[in-house]
Design a protein around this ligand. Sequence first.
Ligand code: ADP
Ligand code: MG
Length: 240
Amino acid sequence: MIQVNTLVKSFGSVNVLKGINLNVQEKEVVVLLGASGSGKSTLLRCLNFLEIYDDGEIYIFGEKRDPHKSNLNQIRQEVGMVFQHFNLFPHKTVLENVIEAPIHVKKIKKKTAIDTAYDLLDKVGLRDKAHEYPGMLSGGQKQRVAIARALAMAPRVMLFDEPTSALDPELVGEVLQVMKQLAKEGMTMIVVTHEMGFAREVADRVVFMSDGKILEEAHPEQFFVNPQTERAQQFLRSIL
Ligand code: ADP
Ligand code: MG
């Protein structure tokens, strides 16, 4: 579904991604781990072309995506992203947030977009909040709206960048629950998270990054029980 070959990205003189190779299969859930600054967000942002990489190749659904030739809007529709900070439009209701991009970017009929939006709000347990404004919602509810909004574009892959890191601890579970359900339904997902319980339970594979490189890839049980590199051992000690 996604193939990344020797991806390189620098910001000025700082080389942030140093030749990333990564393959993600359809329906696979990959959890991306690594210390702060290791390049996880930059990698996700390159995958939906919020950042333009300097060198390497990205294939999505078997097609090479060239940032200078491909239609970036099209790619961003196929690859949904959820951020740590939900970035909802504060002056739009929950429903309006969810239908905005389908109507204005995808040119879907309003009636259809609204029907889909209600289905998605059902899925994340927030149909009853459809006409409220984000300011009235808890952080966990906002993040669930953000997930519904990303799903409204019918992406084939979902990227999550620390979706629960900004939440009070008691609100983390409801967001993870929605993500678990998505995984169960067969969504292909790449998730950056520090929720090790989620990684253990839901991930098909853990990818460990350090200093712009992938150091380890393993099944979660194998990674958590028996990390191979000193860096990974250090990382696990620091978070567990
Ligand atoms: P992570 O998500 O693993 O914490 P990031 O991908 O956010 O890591 O950052 C990796 C490195 O790239 C950091 O050193 C960070 O300061 C740098 N970086 C990220 N984005 C930018 C940017 N837009 N401009 C300059 N440096 C950046
Ligand atoms: Mg990050």
